[in-house]
Design a binder for this molecule. Structure first.
Ligand SMILES: Cc1cc2nc3c(=O)[nH]c(=O)nc-3n(C[C@H](O)[C@H](O)[C@H](O)COP(=O)(O)OP(=O)(O)OC[C@H]3O[C@@H](n4cnc5c(N)ncnc54)[C@H](O)[C@@H]3O)c2cc1C
Length: 383
């Protein structure tokens, strides 16, 4: 059954598995939702040095010149292993491709090598208190003043803003234009004066996202990405990369593997309901995997399969939530304990339960994705 991987692709899988066997301690608890919760700059640098970051980018910039299928193989293995990949994830996934599509030679030279080495951390400054699904409602302004844009406004839910070197910011540069036509993208050095980052602690008790305030921040004009006032159209392609990856399917693959081992050891996988639900989850995961490899193959052909990426994220994240729900059902009251002697999986299910609602919100809600599938995929009318 497709995908049948080529010998070169199988070689990439062998290489990343060998890397992980060497780089990760044997006795460790794999991370769930590792691309958000596993922030480890040293691991990202090691991965970069081994050639697993910027894999699809041109060799001229130090990239690997490989296909998106090969990249998907690597990300699949990293997530299945629960490796700490958060520090480089956003840069590798979408900032590099955005700069390759719209950046100047100066911007690419300045940024791409640092991403490839696994050194640079990025945050995405899109959502605002009054602009989430309806991103075009954003009010953060960037006003030209001499050689700079002066940025004023507020972003929210900004993952990694407290650790990021740069913010990929979307701001309004023409308040008089129709709202989709007055937006621009800026790469903002997080050390600039006037930026305040305030932590937001989520239901799990962890801090990964933030509020970010911009107060008269002078961003040199050379950090405008692409064309002024064309930001909306540039973002659309970037969201394809943001939504199309294995991280929208396999965030809880380590949990499922360890849960299964626990159930097997307890002799519970023979129970018909447990067996049936495990079979269902594995079948659905296999379908999701095919979908993501199909998108990766299309990206390698230079296609932008927007409706399919929306479908993949919608399908994958709802599946992840079913997986977490199953884990909670099968563990019963133990699922509510966040650790302690004898608690199966050390309380990971409790954390997963609290984190699961975010899966179908971050990166675009399932309702918005259904709208994209309906309009862009099925050609249904807007109502
Ligand atoms: C864990 C996490 C990390 C995040 N990280 C970032 C980040 O790094 N950078 C960033 O910019 N943002 C980030 N976000 C924000 C995220 O992109 C937004 O939360 C999301 O786009 C929804 O926007 P909102 O929260 O304003 O909800 P709203 O847009 O107010 O939506 C509320 C509800 O209304 C529904 N709705 C809205 N419009 C429609 C419509 N037209 N049709 C049908 N239903 C609709 C939505 O689906 C949702 O259920 C993050 C969010 C989470 C949960």
């Amino acid at each position: 059954m497709w995908p049948a991987f080529s010998p070169a692709e199988e070689g990439v899988r062998d290489a990343i598995r060998a890397f992980l066997a060497d780089a990760l301690p044997a006795a460790r608890v794999p991370l769930d939702d590792a691309w958000i919760s596993g922030f480890d700059p040293a691991f990202s640098r090691r991965l970069g040095a081994a050639g697993f970051v910027g894999m699809t980018w041109p060799r001229a910039y130090g990239g690997g010149g490989r296909s998106y299928v090969e990249r998907a193989i690597v990300t699949e293995e990293l997530l299945r292993a629960g490796a700490p990949v958060a520090a480089h994830w956003v840069g590798d996934r979408q900032i590099g491709p955005a700069l390759l599509a719209h950046g100047t030679a100066e911007q690419r030279d300045a940024i791409l090598p640092g991403i490839i080495r696994g050194e640079l951390v990025f945050c995405l400054g899109m959502s605002e208190p009054g602009a989430g699904s309806d991103l075009a409602a954003l009010t953060t302004r960037a006003v030209e003043d001499g050689d700079a844009f002066v940025v004023d406004g507020q972003k929210v839910w900004t993952s990694f803003a407290h650790q990021a070197h740069y913010c990929y910011l979307v701001a309004r540069t023409d308040p008089d234009a129709p709202r989709h036509r007055g937006l621009s993208e800026l790469l903002v050095d997080m050390r600039l004066a006037g930026i305040t980052v305030r932590p937001l602690v989520d239901m799990t008790g962890e801090h990964h996202f933030n509020e970010v305030f911009f107060d008269g921040v002078r961003v040199p004009k050379r950090w405008l990405i692409g064309e002024k006032n064309r930001g909306w159209f540039q973002i659309a392609a970037q969201l394809d990369y943001e939504r199309a990856g294995m991280e929208r399917l396999l965030s809880y693959a380590p949990l499922l593997r360890d849960l299964e081992a626990h159930l097997r050891a307890a002799g519970r996988t023979r129970a018909p309901l447990v067996r049936q639900e495990l079979a269902r989850l594995h079948t659905e995961l296999a379908v999701g995997r095919l979908l993501i490899y199909r998108i990766a193959w299309k990206l390698s052909q230079g296609l932008t399969p927007t409706a399919e990426t929306a479908l993949a994220k919608l399908y994958g994240t709802e599946l992840e939530q079913r997986l977490v729900r199953f884990a909670a059902q099968v563990l019963g009251p133990y699922a509510l304990l966040d650790g302690g002697a004898g608690v199966p999986l050390g309380g990971r299910v409790a954390r997963a339960l609290l984190n699961a609602p975010a899966l179908t919100i971050r990166g675009g809600t399932v309702e918005i994705l259904r709208n994209i599938v309906a309009q862009r995929g099925l050609g249904l009318p807007r109502v």
